[in-house]
Design a protein around this ligand. Structure first.
Ligand code: ATP
Ligand code: MG
Length: 907
């Protein structure tokens, strides 16, 4: 294929896809964040259908039955993991966009297939003789027949030649999101990228054709017909409705439409390469260029360009690099890119962060969060790169240890787990570990490595597994709960309803699960903790203490313990939220909004919410800000929030269209998935923010607001904790008690504590000065005593002196001055610090082995006084422990010195 001069830009292809389906009654919906908010089975969004999982399962609804979007996906963990391919092949990325069209119980196979074919062959005019179609060929184990409907539609309705429709088994043509969940047979469209010289019939050949895993035949578009729910026991259950879920790799279709052999040659990547070429050529004579080859340098180019897109997407949605779960995956991506850059492109300095602006430029039109958080993301990546540079150094040290450990073995082999540790902990790739080992004459236990790697993968796979709230079976058939916490009046906290589902056997187990038809309980979300309370049978024979509330899709799940006996199914119950706690939570939640706004006013518009936790006890707010908040700034923030509280604004909620709300500047949280209709919380027109939580009705209800903590939580992210209402009063009282206590100890009034402490500090300083002076005086006096007391034998001046008022430092200082008294000295100086005896022996000019060497004399001291000490021939020092032996030691030393002088003179 050749590149056509008027090739479609990325921007245009994306729009054409969305428009094609919009014209066919599909609502254009935004991409969900790149990691799911409320589905802990997934670390990252791996397909367009993730955000609609609840709709397929029948637990959630949307205001539309047809939708179209481009979804940000990351495939580096769990069931879909393409990491090993990335950079090596030309069509798998860690981060990619999945174009999708959706039917929720509306159209099914026929429309989906016919439209897909129209778009590809009529709008985009792809050559039919290069397209292949696959359908599900059935599966015995699941008891499913071949998908003859799809086959029929392809041939009869779309007009695809019969021999171009191929059957494949469950592995290729039965799509599943994960171990459990919605799934169904699928039909795929593949393209033959072979040149004109290749045989168009090759696609049907098992070994080289479709699904043979080569780069000539690649999958473009998958149309899944969602019909089943895969349950925990592996069985399939029909879904309430038949739906369509399609996914087309945007980068792949783009490369085809732009006439390129590789996704990396499209305008999504070329600007990133251009920048990377510049960076990599900075310190080289010959510029480094990307050339689309399989060379190691080109693989490195592709890895860096790919990974920086993935990391930028995830961090823009609010993820942070860390040592666990999703954050760990991101950390590894940054390290992998940094390592490739270092080894293959000679980039020793952090460089990846410099590519972020290009990514934001290329993708920011479609995903505005990337532009909005550009500075924050760049900073985070830079800090990661810097810390990796340090880790790498530590890894080399670790390797040296291993070398030392194994080098003298007859057959030196580094054990598997230790070698693998260099990869897992320090980020060294396997070939590098093997190379380094070989260079130093060691081998690596390959099987041991494989085993260690397997264990590691199993462990990281279970990271993504979570204690499910309800199993797929339990969830099956439960309708969305009718939530009433936003209603006016008593039903917002108490109502009578019937219970639908209960899983709780043990009276004392805290993990009972209860689902009701209606519920006033607020489920954890938007930073606000779940409500607590009681659900009891109307005649009070049974009750369920709600300790927490969460949701799966639209189903609200009450978690807690039960008491008594359930009498009959579908019994009537009264659900009552703990109102006192709810009321405290509301104060904290509304205050959180005021705090967010005040932070923006005082620190600047760059402040963005990174996380928030609102409980009855307190509020916690994490936000992006490059440095600490000064005490003055904190005071201003606190004052502003309290002013807004005292103004007693009305707090109003309206339900609006998401786009309209954003357009008028309502603050939305990045990385949060919003429905098309959103709740907008407005506090007196001063703070307007999207929020589904529970709030006070007038800001004055919050009561006093007190900040209790400000600190860093991660690079570029700060945390503030604060209290409101009664808790704030308690805090103020506690502070006052502390101050009163201090005042009592200082014997002053609370108002005077500061002055009093200042005064005491001045006194203390003065006293220290005095004592320093007197010790200086002590040294002066001691020096005079030494000077006048030294004896002379020939040209050697000698003596032993003890000073009860000199500490160790003073003895040293004295020694420095005594040194200047004569070129040849043999002098022992003793001080005193309680029971200890610091000493210094000066024998300038003494030779090693001489009886007058300082080290020799020090041995005598240690023998008499205990403790330690030692030194060179000219100088020894130490500290004795037994002051009582000092007088006797002095005598012995004098004798020893006299004898030594004689011996030396006799030589
Ligand atoms: P493949 O067999 O090529 O890995 P897949 O079967 O894993 O594809 P699906 O899960 O059906 O793909 O995803 C739908 C579409 O998303 C695919 O048809 C393909 O165009 C695209 N796609 C899948 N994985 C990637 C990836 N890692 N990078 C880019 N595009 C991808
Ligand atoms: Mg795949």
């Amino acid at each position: 294929m050749t590149s056509s001069p008027n090739a479609r830009s990325a921007e245009r292809v994306r729009t054409e896809f969305l428009q094609f389906f919009a014209e066919r009654g599909h609502a254009i919906v935004p991409s969900a964040p790149v990691f799911p908010q409320d589905d802990p089975t997934l670390l990252f969004t791996n397909a367009g259908m993730n955000q609609f999982k609840d709709v397929f399962l029948g637990t959630g609804t949307r205001p539309y039955k047809r939708a179209v979007d481009t979804q940000k996906c990351i495939r580096v963990s769990g069931k879909h993991n393409d990491l090993e391919e990335v950079g090596v092949d030309t069509y798998h990325h860690t981060f990619f966009e999945m174009l999708g069209n959706w039917s929720f119980g509306d159209y099914f196979k026929e429309d989906a297939i016919v439209w897909a074919w129209q778009l590809l062959t009529e709008v985009w005019k792809l050559p039919k003789e290069r397209l292949w179609v696959t359908v599900f060929g059935g599966d015995e184990k699941d008891g499913l027949p071949a998908d003859k409907d799809a086959e029929h539609i392809w041939i009869e309705k779309a007009g695809v030649a019969r021999e171009r429709v191929l059957r494949f088994g469950r592995k290729d043509n039965f799509w599943e999101m994960g171990e459990t969940g919605p799934c169904g047979p699928c039909t795929e469209i593949h393209i033959d990228r072979g040149g004109p010289e290749t045989d168009p019939a090759d696609g049907a050949r098992k070994e080289i054709g479709v699904n043979a895993g080569n780069e000539r035949f690649i999958e473009l578009w998958n149309n899944v017909f969602m019909e089943f729910n895969r349950l925990d026991d592996g069985s399939l259950k029909p879904l309430p409705a038949q739906s369509v879920d399609t996914g087309m790799g945007f980068e792949r279709i783009l490369s085809v439409l732009q006439g390129k052999r590789s996704n990396y040659d499209t305008d999504l990547f070329t600007p990133i390469f251009a920048r990377l070429e510049e960076i990599a050529s900075r310190n080289t004579v010959a510029p480094r260029r990307y050339s689309a080859s399989a060379s190691r340098a080109d693989v490195a180019f592709r890895v860096c360009a790919d990974h920086v897109r993935a990391v930028t997407a995830a961090l823009s949605d609010g993820a942070l690099p860390s040592n666990t779960g999703r954050g760990y995956v991101l950390r590894r991506l940054i390290r992998r890119a940094a390592r490739f850059g270092r080894q293959e492109l000679g980039l020793e300095e952090p460089f990846l962060h410099e590519l972020v602006p290009v990514v934001a430029d290329v993708l920011g039109g479609t995903f505005p969060e990337m532009r909005a958080r550009l500075d924050h993301v760049r900073e985070l990546i830079k800090i990661e790169e810097q810390s990796f540079a340090r880790t790498l150094g530590r890894g080399l040290v670790r390797f040296d240890h291993l070398y030392a450990k194994y080098k003298s073995d007859t057959v030196p082999v580094i054990a598997g787990p230790e070698a693998f540790e260099l990869y897992a902990t320090y980020g060294f790739p396997r070939d590098l570990v093997e190379l380094m080992a070989r260079e130093r004459g060691l081998a690596v236990d390959g099987q041991g490595w494989d085993k260690a790697e397997k264990a590691h993968q199993d462990a990281s796979r279970s990271e993504g597994k979570f204690k499910q709230l309800l199993s797929a079976e339990q969830l099956e058939g439960l309708p969305a709960t009718n939530s009433t916490y936003h209603e006016a009046g008593d039903r917002s906290w108490r109502l009578e309803t019937e219970y639908l589902f209960l899983a709780a056997d043990n009276t004392n187990a805290h993990d009972g699960r209860l689902v009701l038809a209606e519920s006033p309980f607020y489920p954890e979300g938007g930073g606000q903790v779940g409500d607590t309370g009681v659900i009891e049978q109307v005649d009070r024979m049974w009750r369920f203490n709600v300790e927490d509330t969460k949701r799966i899709g639209g189903v609200i799940v009450h978690i807690g313990t039960q008491e008594g006996f359930v009498e009959r199914p579908r019994m009537r119950v009264i659900a009552t939220v703990d109102r006192a706690k709810r009321s405290l939570t509301r104060k904290n939640h509304t205050a959180t909004h005021l705090l967010h706004k005040a932070l923006k006013e005082v620190l600047g518009a760059h402040v963005g919410q990174q996380g928030s936790e609102v409980s009855p006890e307190r509020l916690r707010f994490d936000f992006s800000h490059p440095k600490g908040v000064s005490p003055e700034e904190l005071e201003r923030i606190e004052t502003i929030v309290n002013e807004q509280i005292v103004a007693n604004h009305r707090v109003q909620t309206t339900v609006e269209d998401l786009e309209a709300a954003k357009a008028r500047g309502v603050v939305a949280m990045f990385g949060e998935k919003y429905d098309a209709k959103v709740r907008v919380l407005d506090v007196g027109g001063w703070s307007t923010e999207l929020c589904g939580g529970t709030h006070v009705s007038a800001s004055g209800d919050i009561g006093p607001f007190v900040i209790t903590l400000e600190r860093a939580v991660a690079a570029g992210v700060r945390r503030i904790e604060a209290l409101t209402g009664p808790a704030a009063v308690v805090e103020i009282q506690r502070q006052r008690r502390r101050l009163a206590g201090a005042a009592r100890l200082l014997k002053s009034a609370p108002d005077e504590v500061e002055a009093r402490v200042e005064q005491l500090l001045t006194q203390l300083k003065e006293a220290k000065k005095q004592s320093a002076k007197s010790s200086a005086g002590g040294i002066d006096a001691a020096f005079t005593r030494v000077k006048e007391g030294l004896q002379s034998t020939g040209d050697v001046r000698h003596g032993v002196f003890a000073f009860a008022d000199l500490d160790q430092n003073s003895v040293r200082e004295l020694g420095d001055r005594v040194k200047s008294l004569a070129p040849k000295l043999v002098v022992a100086l003793f001080g005193r610090e309680e029971e200890r005896v610091p000493f210094l022996i000066l024998c300038p000019g003494a030779q090693k082995g001489s009886p007058l060497a300082a080290g020799e004399l020090a041995k005598l001291v240690s023998a008499k006084l205990g403790g330690g000490g030692g030194g060179r021939p000219d100088l020894a020092q130490g500290q004795g422990l037994n002051a009582a032996a000092l007088p006797e030691l002095e005598r012995e030393l004098l004798q020893r010195i006299a004898a030594g002088l004689q011996a030396v003179a006799a030589r």
